[in-house]
Design a protein around this ligand. Structure first.
Ligand code: SAM
Length: 270
């Protein structure tokens, strides 16, 4: 089956889409404009776009903001991106796997703003990677599968509230912005997409004592989400700790607030 398309985006150049790199190029100017408006670049913002592709978002951003750094893994896109950007502004291209890019180093003591229509096959790893560098990021405007955005923004009691919701909401404010239909892309993905904004909280206000312990507790709690917490967290949290955290051990993970998980994980443990 041939998965390659050569779409017209009006963004300066076209290239065949590579499925293994999650390449679904945004081709609808209405949604490009909505994303650029959501980012709303200001004065000395340091914008970093993940996966510029054929530049659908890159070039409109560069027209608004004279400097932009992009991280792109596909070597076939580097030269065309460089050439098409030249008349517009200063584009710095980091030709690497985004998961290998140290955002803290990139921010060089300041903060960056992340933007991107993410490669959907690695969207969750990118989110967790960004969390590791949350102090160096002032905000993120990302497009992902709508189903993932629903999970990111879900609250307790929702069927899709889970590990991703708790981990992200502990470190960031999460706001789902708008839905983008498959027809806006070339080639169209099979699912709806959505744009989400994440604003990392001040790390000193998050209140998590030990990041790894927190991650372990949340993973274990949702690992068996149909079980009571007493069973799901057997060997991780004991009866006295439930008591001390003021959390009912006969509840299920999906009923707990983010703050409950933080209290449970902060308790002294063996
Ligand atoms: N921003 C473009 C647009 O909206 O049309 C392209 C978005 S496309 C969904 C995802 C982009 O991420 C592609 O350009 C792809 O080559 C790039 N990409 C995929 N995996 C990557 C990785 N590990 N590191 C950096 N870029 C990656």
């Amino acid at each position: 089956m041939n998965s390659s398309h050569s779409p017209r985006t009006g963004s300066g150049f076209t290239a065949p889409a590579k499925k293994q790199l999650g390449q679904h190029f945004l081709a609808d100017k209405y949604y490009v404009e909505k994303i650029v408006m959501a980012v709303d670049p200001k004065g000395d913002d340091r914008l970093v776009e993940i996966g510029p592709g054929q530049g659908a978002i890159t070039f409109p951003l560069l027209r608004r903001h004279p400097k932009l750094t992009v991280i792109e893994f596909d070597r076939d896109l580097i030269t065309p991106l460089t050439e098409a950007a030249a008349p517009l502004g200063e584009l710095t291209i980091v030709h690497r796997d985004v998961l290998q890019v140290n955002f803290t180093e990139l921010a060089a003591g300041g903060q960056i703003r992340l933007v991107g229509n993410l490669p959907y096959n690695i969207s969750s790893p990118i989110l967790f990677h960004a969390l590791d560098h949350a102090a160096a990021i002032s905000d993120m405007t990302f497009m992902l599968q709508k189903e993932v955005v629903d999970r990111m923004a879900a609250g307790p009691g929702s069927k899709v509230y889970g590990r991703l919701s708790v981990m992200l909401q502990a470190w960031c404010e999460v706001e789902a912005l708008f839905v983008v239909p498959p027809g806006a892309f070339r080639p169209p993905p099979k699912v709806d997409s959505a744009v989400v904004r994440l604003v990392p909280r001040d790390p000193t206000s998050v209140g998590i004592n030990d990041r790894k312990r927190f991650a372990d507790v949340v993973r274990a709690a949702f690992g068996q989400r149909r079980k009571t917490l007493r069973n799901a967290l057997n060997g991780v949290i004991d009866a006295a700790q439930f008591e001390a955290a003021g959390v009912r051990s006969d509840a299920r993970a999906e009923q707990l607030e983010v703050a409950d998980f933080i209290r449970l994980a902060n308790l002294p443990h063996a």
